[in-house]
Design a protein around this ligand. Structure first.
Ligand SMILES: [Cu+2]
Length: 155
């Protein structure tokens, strides 16, 4: 192998290593669930993200092979009118947590390429602003669900 080729491989390896040792290494996801709506409507995805690191991290969005698009949104209510706004990033403080939950921050999942039913598990790849990622399994819940339905898990 020529030295030139080796240095390119090495550069690629170092870059990969840098991305791997990123924000997501310190983030733990729990209570991950999706509220499935009938008729192919966009579905909200919710999760609690705990950051055990010494530095704040920022969630920038998510991806999935099941949905064509996923966007970070925030629901709010003003004057009795609820609305959703796009969010560039959601901060998760050092040694703190951020909660995506109904009536607040959520990931809006658009255009499922196959029907998602309550009880299904959907893997989303959470993206952080430093380029690191966190693959997380979300449980699909019915339209009237208000949480992940795992409170009995006791943690
Ligand atoms: Cu939304």
């Amino acid at each position: 192998m020529k030295p030139f080729t080796l240095s390119i491989l090495l550069a690629g390896f170092l870059l990969t290593g840098a991305v791997h040792a990123g924000a997501s290494d310190h983030v733990h996801a729990s209570h991950a669930w999706i509220r499935v709506l009938p008729g192919g409507l966009p579905a909200g995805a919710y999760v609690t993200l705990r950051n055990d690191g010494d530095q704040a991290v920022s969630l920038s969005g998510a991806r999935s092979t099941v949905y064509a698009d996923a966007m970070l949104h925030r629901s709010s209510t003003a004057g009795g009118v609820s609305r959703m706004t796009m969010v560039d990033a959601l901060n998760i403080p050092a040694h703190g947590e951020a909660r995506l939950a109904p009536a607040g921050y959520h990931l809006m999942l658009m255009q499922a390429n196959a029907p998602v039913k309550p009880g299904d598990t959907v893997r989303l790849t959470l993206d952080f602003t430093d380029g690191s990622t966190l693959a997380t399994d979300f449980i699909a819940r019915p339209a009237n669900a208000m949480d992940a339905g795992d409170d009995h898990a006791g943690h």
